[in-house]
Design a protein around this ligand. Sequence first.
Ligand code: 3EB
Length: 350
Amino acid sequence: MNTAAALRLDYLSSDQLVAQSPAWWHSVLGVVGFEKLPEIDRDRVPVTASMTPSLGAAENLCEVWRVSGNQRIQLSNGTMTQGRVQYRYCDELLFGSITVDEQAIDELAVEAPALLRATETAYREIFEVLNATEHRHLIRIWNYLPDINREADGDERYRHFNSARQTAFRNSGRTTIGSVPAASALGSPAGSPISIYFLAARHAPMMVENPRQTSAYYYPRKFGIHSPVFSRACVLSEAAGTNLFVSGTASIVGHETIHQGDVVAQTRETIANINALLDEANRMVGSARYSLDALKLKVYVRQPRDLAAINTALTATVPCSTPIVYLQADVCREDLLVEIEATGESSHDL
Ligand code: 3EB
């Protein structure tokens, strides 16, 4: 039996979601809402939300991850739960999500800042699931933290998050450089829970670094004692196709932010960074498989008033057929006004 799976990403409205067939739902690994939890039966598939307000037409869109193939692929029966993690998987791939309420963690009255403990708890529980189901390779992870740039307990909250993330990788015996997942880390409104969702795979992906940028795990100490643990991109090859996951990408060259205060120049620099990553990925796979005009984009905008300028700069470079979702989010350096993540897919002829 051929069980070749391909991972697919769609941005669908809630109306489009309710119109889908039971067979289609059978193939769904997980659904992500943007500004609020989508109203979907959570026993059937994991459902989560980044809590980042939508800008423009993204209002009732959901991000849907599913597997398809030339045969019906066997998925776990509905949503599985372990600790705080909700997940669903097939043989090769797993989608999971976790939300942690910092206030609830605080009630445990331990010394360390709540965000540190909440992040460590989240990552420990994620790794416990991956070990249990043997989808050991975290390939892509999205992190949404309330108040990401606020100072608390002597440091910026994003830096506390970085410390805890690094500790959690170490504690689970995982490397913190090289073979680390593609990621995004954004701010959500104050009072939101910490919301993390992820994709994992049974087989290792190929990590891609950007020749124009210092690897984030080698950032100098001035950006925090503990470096962020993420790769610039990764390529996942499965029997039925490949996926490219481009991490949150911003106007950083080397390790420095450039074009401070100029949102159009930041947008152009971000696109140049994504193009450099695509070239690097193509060089590594040995073909011109990936290009900007075949990606799906999610754009995080710090200041809603910059939306039009960012959109103009972007649509001058990508074709009008490119799906672009705009969300309001604080970016994890105060001087970054925009961050763009992307996903690409290509199918093999079976
Ligand atoms: C940067 O390039 C911008 O901490 O997981 C982008 C993607 C960024 C992921 C993370 C941070 C993260 O450093 C910030």
